[in-house]
Every structure is written in structure tokens, then in C-alpha cells.
Design a protein around this ligand. Sequence first.
Ligand code: NDP
Length: 313
Amino acid sequence: MSEKITEKVHLLIIGSGPAGYTAAIYAARANMKPVLYQGIQPGGQLTITTEVENYPGYPDGIQGPEMMVNFEKQAVRMGADIRYGMATKVDFSSQPYKVEIDEENWIEADAVIISTGASAKWLGLESEQRLNGFGVSACAVCDGFFFRGKEVAIVGAGDTAAEEALYLAKLCTHVHMIVRRDTMRASKVMQDRVIKTPNITIYWNSETEEILGEHKVEGVRIKNVITNNTQDVAIGGFFVAIGHKPNSDIFKDFIDMDETGYIKTIPGTSKTNLEGVFAAGDVQDKNYRQAVTAAGSGCMAALDAERYLSTKQ
Ligand code: NDP
């Protein structure tokens, strides 16, 4: 690689969700002079949710985008250097580590925290995009509460879909679960629970043709792919649970990952296979994926980075 280095920083944080900002707050307070690049969606996934009611410290709840503005303000107040820009390539083959920003400048860093998050996968329907945030959601734990006492639909058949269908069944009058094959990918125990829950109806061999509603979700058109029959079902909320994709592509030549691209960390730490490179938040967590767990792991990454950098001086 022919990298033209334009800057050298002590600690580089890539990504601006709860993990990245929390790492920046801790690192700035510890005088590590962190530089954080926000990526294409400053604030991360929380900026596309509405109200957050399960983040401790906000007794009346808070809007997701507002919460992320607060995270950013706190990081800035502590002295973190927050910049708009996207990490587009890395060269971790030798130290100091090198990161390309916006396909232009290369920055060198003594330590790097990867907190690039994950992105929910979507079906790709026009109605899904149009009604996103108006009844369409990719997170039942975040948004299910707003549909209590209503009928909802969920698409997907993995462990997440099964877990979220069960979660929704406790809040909602009925859950319509749309499964594209005649079998579910979810673990047997989760499938059994779903099948035995009286207020969950499974639509096998079915796909979502359209989410109905002009300004908010009012129904879903479900198509059976064997018979080609369609039916409209009245619902107030539509949940997509067809998996997440960790935003880890640019690191794959250097950082150990599982087969789906989640970065592997040494259990109980934020350490990756490379010394001085740490990972926090959803990019290394396929299980919990909550703002509060991401923030906690961002704190861990900053503390791990601090210990690492202090041994190098
Ligand atoms: P998965 O990739 O396991 O499952 C995705 C599901 O979505 C599959 O059933 C798939 O169908 C379906 N799907 C994908 N694309 C479409 C589409 N375009 N239209 C309709 N359906 C679609 O993702 P999960 O998020 O469920 O799980 C990710 C990982 O996390 C897994 O390893 C899982 O076991 C784990 N996990 C574990 C939990 C636990 O142990 N408590 C909880 C949550 C997740 P198909 O089967 O036909 O491909």
C-alpha cells in the first residue's frame, strides 16, 4: 500500500454509537487525546429509533437522536476530537496502525478502538423504507412497547425473530410471524416456544408483499409462495428480524472474526487478536445489542487502551 500519512494520533476511535462515544468520554478524561471518526451515520443505529425508554438515567425516556447528540456533547466537553468522516481502509500490518479516511488521508494511530456497529438487514421494500419509524422497526426490544395492546407482524425465522416474537407476544394482542420457508432456522427450543404460544400465528412459505398504510403501518400483505395467494392482515407494527450485518468489512484482512463477520474479542476484555486494537459495541456483540451494553463495552475498550498505551510510553 502507498499510504500518504497526513496525521499521527495517540488513540483513534472508529464509529459514533454509544460504544464509540463512551470510549471517547473515558479516553478524553484519561488524557489520551482521542480522535473519533463518526462514520456515515453519526450517532449510529439509535438515530433511526424513536423513543428510548430502557437506557438508565432517563426516567421519562429520551428520543434516540437526542440521546446521541448528548453523548457527543459529553465527549466534546471532555476534550475528545470528534470528526465527520468515514474509515474506508486500514493497514494494520505494522505499528503504528494506519487508517484511511474518506478514501483520501491516512492517519497513524498508536491504538485503535473499533466501534463501527452493525446494521439491521432490511427486506428492501419501498413501503418498508417509507414507513420506517412509523410502525416499521428492526428492534422489538426497543420499539415493541409502543404497540402494546395492538396486533403486530414480524418477519424472520432465526433466533432473533423467535425471541422477538415471544417478547412481542407478551405485549401485543397477536403476533403474525412471516416465515419464508417451511422450516425455521431458530434453535429447536425457541421454535417450540413460538409454536406453543397461542397468540402467535406462523405463516409458513410466506413473504411480505407490501406493508400497508400511507403515513403509518396499518396492515401487511402476505403472499404464500406455494399457492401464490395473498391476504391482507391488519396490524399496527411491523418488525423486521432477518439478521444484522456487523460493519467490519474493512478489518477482515487483519482482525479475527467469526464466520458472520463479528469481531472476536478475548472474553471479558475488548482486546482483539492485534495488540493495541480493541473492539466495542455491536461490531463484536451479536447477542445483546443494546445501547447500554454497547456503552459499557466502550468504557472497557477505553480502559484497555489506556493500560496498553501506558505500557508503551
Ligand atoms: P439469522 O441469520 O440466524 O436468521 C435470519 C433469519 O431471517 C432466517 O430465518 C432467514 O431465513 C430470515 N431471512 C433472511 N433474509 C430474509 C428475507 N429477505 N426475507 C425473509 N426472511 C429472511 O439471524 P438472527 O439475527 O436470528 O441470529 C443471528 C445469530 O445470533 C445466530 O447465530 C443466532 O443463533 C444468534 N442469536 C442467539 C440468540 C440466543 O441464543 N438467545 C438470540 C438471538 C440471536 P432462512 O432461514 O430461510 O435463511
